[in-house]
Design a protein around this ligand. Structure first.
Ligand code: HEM
Ligand code: FES
Length: 777
């Protein structure tokens, strides 16, 4: 088989797989069968591509003539590099128009040009920056009150009916009305524009029949003319308010960056961008939330969960499921060669369910800590400019429903229909029912008062917490208690993998604890808390106060200490309370039948938690190093036999980890994995810091990072959603790629070799040594 092919043809299968890709690679049977207009993809694109995520994450689809990309990292890599993978074909018709349809379009003078989403650099970024202001979080807040009024007025129409198709009654209308108001377009044009925008979707991403093509061409032609007529009217009002007016003014000031052809094309494109995307996303969100009643009930009880619930809906049931790019040169995606001119279908819906990035991706979990890392809004330089408008609308709609109609249910056995196309996904109707007698506002008008105020942007980490009940507190060793947590309603808790932790939250206190129970018990999460009199107070607080029956909050489970299950053999080293993640790893390796050795060190047996369980379950692999028995761990001896193909996992006190890291500094990448308990120093002292400049190459902007600010804070303030978690340099979530500049590394995530390479840093704590850093963001 040639290099760079996605699929190896079995040696004995010469008669099979005669189909080849444009690079001469054999096409696998699954790839040949993939049909983006077939029932399974239309019904559930992520499920339809499960085989691809598992076996062939980049493949050529002969039926579509595209290279399909289905895994998270590969989709991200393509989105990030918009020079090698141009968005020029993002709005290209997937099904070419027959000559009759072309004639119809010509008769309307249809000449759609590139807008923003399909424009190349440098024009794209120049334009994006000129037109970005209205989308910035601080400029969106003013829209909140009228969006809520709008939502209320729509709900007033059907609140007493007891049954409604929410798509027809409001979800289709509100995003269009909001978009028009944002643009400054008079709303009397709404109805016609909505009809046209549906035609535009089918025209661009659908597979219409030749007859449908003619009808669609008529609608698109009329859309084109209507867009011009509206623009002409708007031009007469030089001081008009709204984004289209801003664009017209920018056209006058910078006609080369915002040309005339752009204005008309953008008028059409932005309506599609803003309308169907949000209408479908809202419909999908309600369908999935109402099908997961426990989640619905939780947000009714606690509406501050709405932003994270919306993000999970966008991940699990997004409205934009696939987006397109074209290779401008021969390029590599996940080891597969994409030839120059090769077209790519990036299936975001599939990437959003990739287990390599999202734990238990098939579970719907509104408490998921990293849902906002979904690709439904795209990623990189072209990432959706309107994401925070869509989030705002969806959050307000949901907030009004959980207050005014918490008792709605989906009508059973309804058939869901979808517009057949590759990219936009949402049912054309959504029937719900309820008993109007039970409407809370009939008894208490107060439900309409004090609506939840949502901050604009990605969800706030602190809000994403799950309520749990303390089921048991048991002594495990001197100064160590095990705490078992269950769901207050007896429901299942999320699945987790070895090395995972949760964050325990109580008032001001937030502390990480590794999970140490049995993985197959889905109703119980166990952690162990060591009383540390010299710590920062968290352990004393939790150790001393928690008792059975208490209700606590947790964030997670999350895993920053993954066990790679593919190694040939393993050495596990635990120091003191570091046994907690290591024990779950040992359990897993034993279950997998993998060879491993386990070193468990402590001051004395009386202080070593779970010793009995470790000795019972892992006796053959175990060496106990109890200092008071005179058998301290000799690290160099323990690690002297580490062989090629082996992996080492360690968790314990800082001094022990430092010694191990020093010893392992010349080991091949990926051999040593450590988990630290706490950061070394993360307090930002403006007296001791200096300000620096961060140049973002993908976004073509330069930010100032003040001496009293972290890089992460500066990025977030500008609206760049860099994911973060611990904010202490411990977890690796906020990693950003660095193209130039000396880095002052302050994290505990990167290895020495990675630091030396100088091509990445943790934005939450690390800084520039000099005046400037250039980031690939
Ligand atoms: C671009 C999705 C709502 C305006 C995009 C892209 C996607 C997307 C996938 C392409 C990203 C890329 O190429 O990396 C969505 C979804 C929405 C939504 C799922 C609702 C849930 C909106 C709204 C507006 C909007 C409400 C405006 C009011 C835009 C614009 C771009 C864009 C202007 C082009 C950005 C650029 O190329 O620089 N959107 N969108 N979108 N979206 Fe949205
Ligand atoms: Fe955890 Fe930065 S957020 S390392």
């Amino acid at each position: 088989m040639s290099e760079g092919c996605p699929f190896h043809q079995p040696a004995d299968a010469t008669s099979q797989a005669t189909m080849t890709s444009p690079t001469g690679c054999p096409v696998s049977r699954d790839a040949a069968a993939f049909d983006p207009f077939g029932a399974s993809y239309q019904l559930d694109p992520a499920e339809a591509l499960r085989w691809s995520r598992e076996q062939e994450p980049v493949f050529f689809s002969p039926k579509l003539g595209y290279w399909v990309v289905s895994r998270y990292d590969e989709v991200k890599a393509v989105f990030r590099d918009n020079l090698t993978f141009s968005p020029a074909i993002a709005l290209e018709k997937l099904t070419p128009a027959p000559p009759e349809a072309v004639k119809i379009l010509e008769s309307y003078g249809f000449a759609m040009r590139r807008t923003m989403v399909n424009e190349d650099e440098p024009d794209h970024m120049e334009r994006r920056r000129l037109l970005m202001d209205a989308f910035l979080p601080e400029n969106l807040e003013k829209h909140e009150a009228w969006v809520r009024e709008l939502v209320r007025s729509y709900m007033d129409h059907f609140i007493d009916k007891g049954r409604a198709d929410l798509v027809e009654e409001m979800f289709r209308e509100i995003p269009m009305t909001v978009a028009l108001r944002f643009l400054g377009v008079p709303s009397e044009d709404a109805k016609e524009l909505r009809k046209f925008s549906v035609a535009h979707t089918l025209n661009t991403w659908g597979r219409p029949s030749p007859e449908q093509q003619l009808k669609i061409a008529e609608d698109v032609g009329q859309f084109w003319q209507t867009a011009q007529a509206i623009l002409d009217r708007m031009r007469d009002e030089p001081t008009g308010e709204g984004w289209m007016y801003d664009s017209i003014r920018m056209h006058h000031q910078h006609p080369d960056v915002v040309p005339e052809s752009y204005l008309r094309s953008m008028m059409m494109a932005i309506l599609v961008a803003a309308h169907e995307t949000t209408a479908f996303a809202t419909t999908n969100a309600f369908r999935i939330l109402l099908s997961n009643r426990a989640s619905w009930n939780d947000i009714c009880e606690n509406p501050t969960l709405i932003p994270s619930a919306i993000e999970e809906c966008l991940r699990a049931a997004g409205s934009v499921v696939a987006w397109r790019r074209i290779a401008t040169e021969d390029a590599d995606v996940g080891g597969v060669t994409i030839p120059k001119g090769g077209k790519l279908l990036l299936v975001q819906a599939s990437a959003n369910r990739d287990p390599r990035h999202f734990e238990n991706p098939d579970e719907f979990d509104i408490y998921r800590h990293n849902s906002a890392e979904h690709f439904t809004f795209g990623y990189g330089a072209h990432q959706c400019m309107g994401k925070n408008i869509a989030r705002m609308e969806m959050r307000i709609i949901l907030d009004e429903f959980v207050r005014r109609l918490p008792h709605i249910h989906l009508v059973e056995d309804q058939a869901f229909e979808y517009l057949p196309n590759t990219s936009f996904r949402g049912p054309t109707s959504l029937w719900v029912k309820w008993d109007p007698e039970q409407n809370p506002e009939r008894r208490n008008r107060g439900v309409l008062e004090n609506p939840t105020h949502f901050h604009i942007g990605a969800p706030i980490k602190e809000d994403i917490v799950r309520r749990v009940l303390v089921a048991e507190v048991a002594r495990e060793a001197e100064e160590v208690v095990r705490v078992d947590l269950v769901d207050p309603y007896g429901r299942e808790l999320p699945d987790w993998s070895p090395g995972s932790h949760i964050e325990l939250v109580s008032g001001e206190w937030r502390r990480y604890y590794s999970l140490c129970g049995k993985r197959n018990d889905r109703h119980r999460l166990s952690i162990a808390i060591l009383r540390e009199p010299s710590g920062r107070g968290g352990s004393l607080h939790f150790h001393g106060t928690i008792k059975p029956g208490d209700v606590l909050h947790i964030a997670g489970p999350k895993n920053h200490f993954h066990l790679d299950e593919t190694a040939e053999r393993y050495t596990l080293i635990a120091g003191g309370i570091g046994i907690t993640p290591i024990l779950t790893m040992a359990d897993q390796l034993k279950a997998l039948g993998k060879p491993y050795t386990l070193h468990y060190c402590g001051a004395g047996r009386r202080t070593m938690a779970f010793l009995e369980r470790v000795e019972r379950d892992h006796s053959e692999a175990l060496t106990v190093h109890a200092s008071d028995e005179g058998c301290r761990l000799d690290i160099s001896t323990a690690l002297s036999s580490v062989a090629e193909g082996e992996q080492v996992y360690c968790c314990g006190p800082e001094r022990m980890l430092e010694a191990i890291e020093l010893l392992a500094q010349n080991w091949p990448e990926g051999t040593l994995h450590v988990e630290h308990f706490s950061a070394r120093s993360n307090i930002l002292d403006p007296e001791k810091e200096h300000a620096f400049e961060a140049v973002l190459t993908d976004s073509n902007v330069t930010l100032q990072v003040g001496n009293d600010q972290t890089l992460l804070e500066a990025l977030t303030a500008f609206g760049v959603d860099v994911p973060s978690d611990c904010c202490e340099g411990l977890c690796g979530t906020c990693e950003v790629a660095v193209a130039e500049g000396d880095i002052d590394h302050r994290d505990l995530v990167l290895s020495r070799a990675e630091r030396f390479a100088g091509d990445r840093m943790m934005a939450c704590c690390s800084r520039a040594k000099g005046d400037r850093l250039v980031l690939a963001l």
